[in-house]
Design a protein around this ligand. Structure first.
Ligand code: ADP
Ligand code: MG
Ligand code: ZN
Length: 502
């Protein structure tokens, strides 16, 4: 089906109610893999971080990573889930070259966490509750690279390369209950849910959850039911969607595609689908296995996991403030409108601004620098704000120098450029580049005289009472002093010299 065959979004929603299910995989940031001691660090030579256990060699035995379990419990608690008193791992049996054991160690009917919820805030401030079915522990697969074809897919490739460094890295899979009642806002809810979950995972410190690096990926299940019906339709499952925007687009496309199929009398096939970033469409993947095809059975090589209640309560006590509540609190403390807070969140600047305020800057100043000059610089270099070579403490120091009148905005921007270029901390850059506001009358006097002499006509106008024209002369002084003059003092000096009251 091409994009043009779709039913319009409005028409689709006029006839059908969407039902959604979101499955999110999060790669945990543990030092070692889930069932062996291999490093999880990125960037190693292919297959350098493997051992008999994660390669599934005969006779090897797995051992559970305690930090992996702890992270799973924290995630479960933060999602208001119940934590299993006793649960097991299960083998999910299937063959694929990126999975050398021929089964994935996962959890099936005994997840470590279940029955929770996450409240997500939509752009207009409305709070929507997404119910959580379960969060379970499992392991990642290796990575295949198909060589020789045009598309990078296996079709047309001459051979494939396999890297098992990722095989066995701990994953938590978080599965929602069917999400109903979102109506036309379903795609927005999907996006807001994944965004909120990402914030939560980061706040817990269990993963950086960078979607662009595959540390967090989302499968979007979607079906439609005719308006008024309560019986769920057949779902499609769009796999491995890896940006917030794509989650929203995939849900939207599937709503339109399902509506087109259903309204022309067709029926939806239960299948997986691929999402395409370029045009926002999805195409058919494989017909979906039923759970029984995987021949799940309890993992015999691992002991059951029975988190002691006292330990679970200890972990509960360490949970940070929920990101949504923290955001609302900061928004009030900073006095910013909801829309701007959303922009700050989208820019990944909440923590940076909070840390800058903590380091002594006024909220307005902290926001101004992170969302202005620094956002622009990050954008230009294709990095995120937290990857810039400047710390919140340094931004706070620059804001302090501006507040004290030692820098103006223009000079402050140059200090930022210097810090980002690795020239040192703000005070060092000010010193090295000689970037101080000049307010010393002696130093400014010559520049003021020069500006008056060089703009005689303007000077006459001002003498004649057109005080507003003084801006042109201030501008001239700023130019000759390369932006370093104290503009307010320059204005006073010019008016004094011309014998006009300010
Ligand atoms: P699978 O392993 O087949 O992907 P899961 O139970 O792990 O199954 O996930 C299915 C997801 O789809 C869950 O989030 C569930 O709530 C959701 N879901 C189930 N039935 C439907 C449906 N008819 N329409 C939309 N979503 C559904
Ligand atoms: Mg699934
Ligand atoms: Zn290993």
């Amino acid at each position: 089906m091409t994009v043009t065959d779709l039913v319009s979004y409005e028409d689709a929603l006029a006839s059908y109610d969407p039902v959604m299910g979101l499955e999110v995989h999060v790669e945990l940031g543990t030092k070692t893999k889930m069932f062996c001691g291999c490093s999880t660090e990125l960037g190693a030579q292919p297959n350098a971080q493997t051992c008999p256990t994660c390669l599934g060699l005969p006779g090897s035995l797995p051992v559970v990573n305690a930090t992996g379990v702890e992270s799973a419990v924290k995630i479960g608690l933060a999602l208001h889930c119940e934590i299993a008193e006793w649960c097991r791992f299960a083998r999910k049996n299937y063959f694929y070259p990126d999975m050398p054991k021929n089964f994935q160690t996962s959890q099936y009917d005994e997840p470590i966490a279940f029955d929770g919820y996450l409240d997500v805030q939509l752009e207009d401030g409305e709070v929507f509750r997404v119910e959580i079915e379960r969060a379970h522990m499992e392991e990642d697969t290796g990575k295949s690279t198909h060589v020789g074809g045009a598309t990078g897919r296996i079709h047309g490739a001459s051979h494939s390369l396999l890297d098992y460094n990722r095989a066995g890295i701990p994953l938590i899979e978080i599965v929602t209950k069917p999400i109903t009642g979102a109506g036309e806002r379903a795609p927005e809810v999907a996006k807001a849910y994944v965004a909120e979950l990402r914030e939560l995972i980061r706040a817990l410190g269990v993963s950086e959850a960078r979607m662009e690096m595959g540390q967090m990926r989302c499968d979007v299940n979607l079906s439609l039911m005719p308006k008024g019906s309560e019986r769920f339709g057949t779902r499609s499952e769009t796999k491995n969607v890896n940006s917030l925007r794509s989650v929203e687009r995939a849900a939207r496309f599937e709503i339109q595609r399902h509506a087109a199929v259903l309204s022309s009398g067709g029926s939806i096939v239960q299948e997986t689908r691929h999402f395409h970033e370029d045009d926002g469409s999805t195409t058919s993947g494989r017909v979906k296995e039923e759970a029984e095809d995987y021949r799940y059975f309890p993992e015999p090589d691992l002991v059951p996991v029975a988190p002691p209640r006292a330990w679970v309560e200890e972990l509960r006590a360490t949970l940070p403030e929920l990101p949504r509540l923290r955001r609302n609190r900061l928004r009030e403390e900073w006095g910013v409108p909801a829309l701007e807070m959303q922009a700050i969140l989208n820019a990944g600047a909440v923590d940076l601004i909070a840390a800058t305020v903590e380091a002594g800057a006024r909220p307005a100043a902290a926001r101004k620098w992170w969302m202005g000059e620094l956002a622009r610089s990050a954008n230009e270099s294709g990095r995120s704000l937290d990857e810039l070579d400047i710390t919140p403490a340094q931004v706070a120091r620059i804001a302090e120098l501006v507040a004290a009148g030692e820098l103006n905005d223009k000079l402050a921007r140059q200090v930022i450029v210097g810090v980002l270029a690795g020239e040192g901390d703000p005070d060092t850059v000010v010193e090295k580049r000689g970037l101080k506001v000049v307010s010393d009358d002696g130093a400014l006097g010559a520049a003021v005289d020069e500006a008056i002499a060089g703009n005689a006509a303007v000077a006459d106008k001002i003498r004649g009472g057109k005080v507003a024209a003084v801006g042109a002369l201030v501008g001239a002084v700023m130019k000759t002093t390369r932006g370093q003059a104290d503009a307010a003092r320059v204005k006073e000096l010019i008016l004094q010299r011309l014998g006009v009251e300010g």
